[in-house]
Write a protein that binds this ligand. Structure first.
Ligand SMILES: [Zn+2]
Length: 231
């Protein structure tokens, strides 16, 4: 292979390396992006907190109601148990039990409200749990596929780097420097000559230059300085 041929090959390897590196970066960024799962998990955690809170409120409402019912039973047993004979005390007890009984209905209503809230929250938690489960499953599948692809791309990259380094060792440092400098400033260091024109700047290559290029000499375009290559 001529020196220019080697440089052209080096350029192809560099371009392929760049493409594979971009692909690898893309895979890695996808692998670190589990935002929808994280969002679903934090939503679920919040709903569970609200459910726990709702259950606590329900329990304390139940206790308050039981307490009230217990007080009513206690006074009822005094009223109808026959132990209390004092009419004044009986009147007071009647008043007290009436007041207590009037509190029962609102407390029952409040409790029913809390119970239905808890039921709604339970349904929400069930839905979100299922959502998280699905997202986890999807994420896991995607992760496995991405990890697999990542390993493949890494292997290709390693091979490309090996090939590139091997090729670079065959090229003298001054030429490599020219190549690197052109790559940096022009994007593409080596360009083909097609129909007598430099494919970097589309200026016609002189006959004498063309002949040198054909002979395999390292010739830079007189217009754009890129290294000319003829297949
Ligand atoms: Zn040119």
């Amino acid at each position: 292979m001529s020196l220019v041929g080697q440089l052209y090959k080096l350029q192809q390897l560099d371009l392929e390396l760049q493409r594979k590196q971009q692909e690898l970066d893309g895979i890695e960024s996808q692998l670190s992006d589990d935002t929808s799962l994280v969002a679903a998990e934090s939503k679920l955690a919040l709903q569970k907190e609200r459910l726990e809170d709702g259950r606590k409120k329900q329990r304390s409402a139940e206790w308050e109601l039981e307490d009230l019912q217990e007080k009513v039973r206690h006074i009822d047993s005094k009223l109808y148990g026959g132990k209390t004979k004092d009419p004044k005390e009986l009147v007071n007890l009647e008043k007290e039990v009436k007041s207590l009984k009037s509190q029962i209905k609102p407390k029952e209503d409040a409790l029913l409200g809390l119970m239905s809230q808890v039921e709604e929250l339970e349904a929400e938690v069930r839905r979100s749990t299922e959502e998280v489960r699905q997202l986890k499953q999807e994420w896991e599948q995607r992760r496995v596929t991405l990890e697999q692809r990542k390993r493949e791309v890494e292997a290709v990259l390693a091979k490309l780097k090996e090939d590139r380094n091997g090729l670079r060792q065959q090229i003298v440092p001054e030429v490599l420097n020219t190549y690197e400098r052109l790559k940096l400033t022009k994007g593409q260091a080596v360009v083909k000559v097609e129909r007598g024109k430099c494919q970097g700047c589309h200026v016609t290559v002189s006959t004498s230059q063309w002949q040198k290029v054909k002979a395999g000499d390292l010739i830079q375009c007189s217009s754009c300085s890129r290294i000319l290559y003829l297949e």
